[in-house]
Design a protein around this ligand. Sequence first.
Ligand code: ADP
Ligand code: MG
Length: 560
Amino acid sequence: QVAAETRSFEAEVAQVLHLVTHSLYSHKEIFLRELISNASDACDKLRFEAIAAPELLSGDGELRIEVSWDADARTVTVRDNGIGMGRDEVVANIGTIASSGTRRFLEAMSGEQKADARLIGQFGVGFYSGFVVADRVTVLSRRAGAAAEEGVKWESDGQGQYTLEPVELPARGTTVILHLKPDEDEFLAGWKLRSLVHRYSDHVAFPIRMPKDAADEGGEADAEQWETVNSASALWTKPRTEISDEDYQGFYKALGHDFNDALAWTHNRVEGSQSFTTLLYLPAQPPFDLMMGGRDERKGLKLYIKRVFVMDAAEELLPSYLRFVRGVVDADDLPLNVSRELLQQNRQLDRIRGACVKRVLDLVEKLARDEPEKFAAFHKAFGNTLKEGIVEDAGNRERVAKLLRFASTKGEGGAQTVSLDDYIGRMAVGQDTIWYVTADSHAAAAGSPQLEAFRSRDIEVLLMSDRIDEWMLGSLREYAGKKLQHVAKGELPLDAADREKQDEAAKAAEPLLQKLKGLLGDRVADVRVSARLTDSPSCLALADHDMAPHFVRLLREAGQ
Ligand code: ADP
Ligand code: MG
């Protein structure tokens, strides 16, 4: 028998604790959502393991979560009869930082950036949110399948150390007891806790049970009588007509750990030789991991098989350029014992993945068509991520390109509002090229001397200044049968009168050209009279196979 012992948190845990307790203060009530979410995960895990080992349920197959409080002891307790943890698991899961996302989060937060409460839930620091309202947290846990004496008690005041001791526990699962700080009495009321469950956890798929609260009639909580306080349904399995917008939003918030409403969603059931349901959301703002240029591999899309949660499978179910999508996929016909490796080779999954991509693109197209404001918000948040699809998803290149918006010499300042179709619609008769210029900034693009000839001929030019644009343009050579071309390349569109004028000018300037060529030597390939300029005396032009100067600079920066 291992005796009680005191251990120290990993240095990083102490850091996370500090950050969480200080930055979550204005949203402190989300501790309940986080603990319930962990309890729900634990029930999911047990249900999944019990498919292969039904004895793990050992006569208590009704998975549930219980939330209770004790006004005298000043505690709030969240209990589940899910998978539970053995001693080593407790140490590994709540004494250390296992998730790589959390490390990234820490790195980011130790800079000037202020921790944003909205982001914390996404980072697996959920458990520590208990310390926002509690000055001591006790965890009692017994792994499913383990004996009563193999229970473990973990306790900490969140100041750097925790204690561990073996205890006898009558039932499997985990109990988290928060000993509230002196000024957190508001959480010692049934109505308060109940309203938080409704707000944040209504769509948890397991029943959340609370003691019947007789406080309204002046009585005490009745610990003998429990009632279910959430709707406890797998929302995506219901028909669309029975789900309100509020339900969809509530489900999204619980799923995405987001405080904000989703921007839009698409919910579909495919019946046939292979049946599956998808419920996919577009967030209103970029999730934190996206802003950091990373991708929290665990988060995004949850894969269920016949309502049983199997794994977070964003990478298997969506291409990288759609990594901002959140949601659920529930497949009827995948084998429940599917592993991540098998999943990657699964042919059925290819179909589901294809359907997910199609649904998301359909949804964004619908926004572009019918809801310009929402589409603008979407484009602002995810337009640059979507551009990766031009390179990554050749099969949908044209569809993705149609959804992109750019700044333009005929647009409003730097606003990215002009679509390729808008551009084509404004083309003059006979124009077969979509012209663009790339630069480090919008100002540089808009001020480029290359544009003079285009302005004077009233030819529109797209102004590209996002870092990803050059890379994207490398794969976007054509759209709707029109060539895309940098203004510094190729032949300018000249009419006959123009051409005559240019020939004359070239003849007149011949002696000057010779002189310049002599002076510049082999630093240039040629010196020519150009129709590109109206005000500036000269500019650099590129041969068709040259890289744009801005791209050359980017490569140089990257050490190429
Ligand atoms: P996350 O839920 O994102 O993994 P948390 O900080 O909320 O991060 O929880 C950390 C880990 O502690 C979980 O991944 C899980 O392994 C473990 N854990 C927390 N609560 C429970 C619980 N009620 N039952 C079983 N394991 C739990
Ligand atoms: Mg959690």
